[in-house]
Design a protein around this ligand. Sequence first.
Ligand code: UT7
Length: 335
Amino acid sequence: MPMSQKSVTRVAITGTGSYLPEKVLTNLDLEQMVETSDEWIRQRTGIIERRIAEKGIATSDLGTRAARRAIKTAQIDPLDIDLIIVGTATPDSVFPSTACIVQREIGAKNAYAFDLSAACSGFIYGLDLADGMIRSGKYRTALVVGAETFSRIVDWTDRGTCILFGDGAGAAVLQASETDRGIITSYCGSDGVYADPDLLGVPAGGSALPLTGDNIDQKLHKVKMRGREVFKFGVRIMPEAALHTLEMAGLTVNDIDLVIPHQANLRIIEAVGERIGVSADKVYINVDRYGNTSAATVIIALDEAIRSGRIKNGDLVLMVTFGAGLTWGASIIKI
Ligand code: UT7
């Protein structure tokens, strides 16, 4: 229920959670499926293995499991949640929203729930949106989820894309806080000039190109990507977004304890680190273990970094991402 308007100092992340399916798909497994090699995948992407959801497990299942962990850590009652945002490019179905399914599964009856479409930037967009909604004073508690099952939409015969993606989910509970812990600032952007499903997207299955037997035969319902162009964009936009957000916050990169870039490709991550001038030991990497889980990468990484003790209360974390749309976003958080 919307609360009476009250000023909020900051919006804190009071609990995080993540869930990765148990099934592992290694580069060696992929060697049996497409014309590729473990060596090529490691050298060009840094990925060694990724997780794959079992048959019958949908994006909402991954999101629900991550959400339950975040709720447990935050020690809140699901009935206290006012708002649920699920960032995903792989919803359970066109509608109803995956967020409504997560709502049902966690029993958050008092929330209103919706999906957010910003591809890999979905979690940061959701964080920025929930931050603003809580700061407005109208809502007090939000659940922001990034959840994906890209294994269902990749073309397992296309070596240019199938080696990159994995399944997984992460979630964060956001609450109004009177302390200085929480989201310091976020910045999001998009450039629809690049809204081209052949650059990065799924051409068929929507209103522009409804599914037909022909376009299914042509695999137009699967992920398409012009990898080199996307790579160049990521290497340019993520440092720009990170530096802009630092400037907005009146901080420099030296103030930051950990940078969590979108986990798409190790070479992109390293280039981002270099361009923003942060030492390699302050850049979080798990792309080797999970591949690119799209909207889930940064929140899975944040959850891991908190649980492993890599970051502790009071540390400053900079998350930065980019994705189809094209979209991008960055957020600085005091843990
Ligand atoms: O969340 C955001 C979404 N996506 C991304 O961030 C991905 C951004 N792009 C990338 O990560 C890289 O562009 C890729 C990893 C997808 C590709 O790496 P690349 O260094 O840009 O390779 P390329 O596409 O320029 O291809 C180089 C060669 C080509 O062969 P020729 O034409 O030089 O003979 C490809 O056919 O590598 C070949 N190739 C492969 N070889 C073995 C492409 N994929 C594979 C593969 N195994 N899996």
